[in-house]
Design a binder for this molecule. Structure first.
Ligand SMILES: Nc1nc2c(c(=O)[nH]1)N[C@H]1C(S)=C(S)[C@@H](COP(=O)(O)O)O[C@H]1N2
Ligand SMILES: [Mo]
Length: 542
């Protein structure tokens, strides 16, 4: 042990970290306390330099793509797993250092040393919890719990150290072959510790899983059972999507999700109010009911996309948004003449600035409370989020908690981290399907449907073109979109040839501007480039 205190410390640290994660996780699902691995991770993504965070996200997305895992669905789970892993690694490292420090002292560590170690370890978590996260329970109770588990961790660490080094001394062989007895004793102790740790971890994790599954199913059953919703405005359009095209209206549960923290913010809609303060003559504090009832409801089919998506990203979805025009709300709030910007803040610490001039020229900009005719799901910003046409998601806060009208500009969360200040959506077109199993005959030709989407924010799509093997561009047919602010479904029926082919698509915005063909990475202004798909087309039977 004397020779390898750091190694033994790391081992003990790892063994003790697992039950620490399990127990705090259990308290999180039972009582809603902050979960130390997530607290640390959320905090670090916020304070680390933007480029580093972007690098980390890119690395994760690349890994997921390399493993052929759907980024939109798996990114959060991957991040959460990473947070736990970081925490455990940190605990291992810390325990190694603590053991090395213990070994330098003249006397064996006592309980007080363990308590000091625990208290020091607890400190950063309390600080983070206090400054960043929204504490749902009484802070005193939550902090006491955190202190308690870390103190226990420290004391167990010091006890483990004593136990392992006692094996050294009691069997300290002066005159005969050293090592054998002490090693067996130490091994037995470590096995016991490992088993105890594994038991607590398994029981704790299992209970936490059962509790959160129960809670989730309750949440789902509490949702009002919805009908199919109104018929889509383009049901009679004769141009049908090519088989294999993504759904034109994204099922709510499939809508992509992006948020900065490891978990969505949970807000109580009954007690939530929206303060509108600052440079206004009539400061407001609106409840959800007031927003719903005292203003005119507007409805809009919206395609939302994330600036960090690459060409043909899955981080794009379409649903129906309901809300109130910000113009109407501001008519009541009465901005003063000096007012220039709205500073919007969210429950998760996200923030964005909206130019008042933009609001004044676009009545569609709205504060939204419904998606798909139902309150916005928790993951997507319940109870209120903003919609700004033609902008990437990064400009559009969810979980809005306050709006302050100001004469000062202030960069938003992702702008501060190096992303585009305006974040206007780049025109993009994607091939969803080369429907080799759906060939059909028309006028003596056998045609192969190719199809997908094209999107250009609020600028509309005037034309989509497809080419095969770098040949001529052929104009595709456009289905009328759900609205002027959604993607457009296109299809091109190709008089096909068998063999392996490369298919490419490009689009033109409403005013005829072609999509940017040059390949550019998402950062800082959104990805550009031509989507291409290479596929084998089997020869026709018969
Ligand atoms: N409060 C808050 N709002 C937010 C974000 C966030 O992390 N926190 N992410 C933004 C980004 S980058 C995107 S792409 C969209 C995603 O919205 P969705 O998860 O509902 O698809 O939310 C935006 N609004
Ligand atoms: Mo985003």
């Amino acid at each position: 042990m004397q020779k390898n205190t750091f190694g033994y410390g790391s081992l003990a640290g790892g063994l003790l970290a697992a039950p620490l994660v399990a127990l705090t996780g259990l308290a999180t699902s039972l009582l809603g306390f902050g979960f130390p691995p997530f607290l640390l991770f959320n905090w670090s993504t916020r304070v680390l330099p933007g480029p580093l965070v972007t690098f980390g996200i890119d690395l994760m997305i690349d890994t997921l793509r390399f493993l052929r895992i759907d980024v939109a669905n798996a990114a959060k789970s991957a991040e959460q797993a990473m947070a736990v892993l970081f925490f455990v690694l940190l605990a291992i490292l810390a325990a190694g250092i603590v053991f090395a420090m213990f070994s330098r002292q003249q006397t064996k560590p006592r309980v007080t040393s363990g308590l000091i170690v625990g208290a020091i370890a607890a400190l950063p978590f309390i600080a983070i919890d206090f400054s960043y996260s929204q504490i749902t329970v009484s802070p005193l109770v939550e902090f006491s719990w955190l202190v308690l588990v870390f103190l226990a961790w420290g004391v167990l660490l010091s006890m483990t150290y004593r136990r392992l080094s006692t094996a050294d001394r009691e069997t300290m062989p002066v005159e005969h072959k050293p090592g054998a007895v002490e090693r067996i004793d130490r091994r037995q102790f470590l096995i016991t510790l490992g088993l105890a740790s594994a038991t607590i971890t398994v029981v704790g994790t299992g209970l936490a899983a059962v509790i959160s599954t129960g809670r989730r199913s309750r949440q789902i059953t509490e949702q009002p059972i919805s009908d199919q919703g109104p018929p889509l405005p383009n049901t009679n359009d004769p141009i049908l999507p090519a088989p294999g095209t993504r759904p034109e209206y994204t099922p709510l549960e499939d809508h992509y999700k992006v948020f900065i923290e490891l978990q969505p913010s949970v807000i109580d809609g009954d007690t939530w109010t929206l303060p509108i303060t600052g440079f206004v003559d009539n400061p407001l504090s609106l409840t959800l009911n007031e927003l719903r009832q005292s203003f005119n409801a507007r409805e809009q089919y919206v395609t939302l996309s994330c600036i960090s998506g690459r060409i043909a990203t899955t981080l794009i979805s379409t649903t129906r948004w309901t809300g109130v025009s910000l113009q109407e709300i501001l008519t009541v709030a009465q901005p003063r003449p000096e007012a220039r910007y709205l500073h919007i803040r969210s429950a998760d610490g996200f923030y964005e600035t909206v130019d008042l001039d933009l609001i004044n020229t676009d009545e569609r900009i709205m504060l939204c409370y419904d998606w798909d005719g139902k309150p916005i799901p928790v993951d997507h910003g319940f109870p209120l989020r903003i919609w700004i046409p033609d902008r990437y998601g990064m400009k559009q806060p969810k979980w809005i908690t306050s709006i302050e009208v100001s004469d000062q500009y202030k960069p938003g969360y992702w702008v501060e981290r190096g992303w585009d200040e305006v974040a206007q959506v780049q025109a993009t077109s994607v091939i969803d399907t080369v429907a080799v199993d759906s060939t059909f005959e028309r006028e003596d030709q056998t045609l192969l449907p190719i199809g997908g989407i094209a999107f250009s924010g609020a600028r509309g799509i005037s034309k989509v073109e497809v080419r095969v093997d770098a040949g001529e561009w052929h104009e595709a047919q456009l289905r009328s979109p759900l609205s002027k602010t959604t993607w457009v479904i296109w299809r091109y029926d190709w008089p096909f040839q068998s063999g392996e082919h490369t298919f490419e698509v490009r689009c033109f915005a409403g005013d005829g501007t072609p999509q940017i063909a040059a390949e550019r990475s998402p950062r800082p202004s959104g990805a550009t480039g031509i989507h291409s798909v290479t596929q084998k087309v089997p020869s026709r039977e018969g």
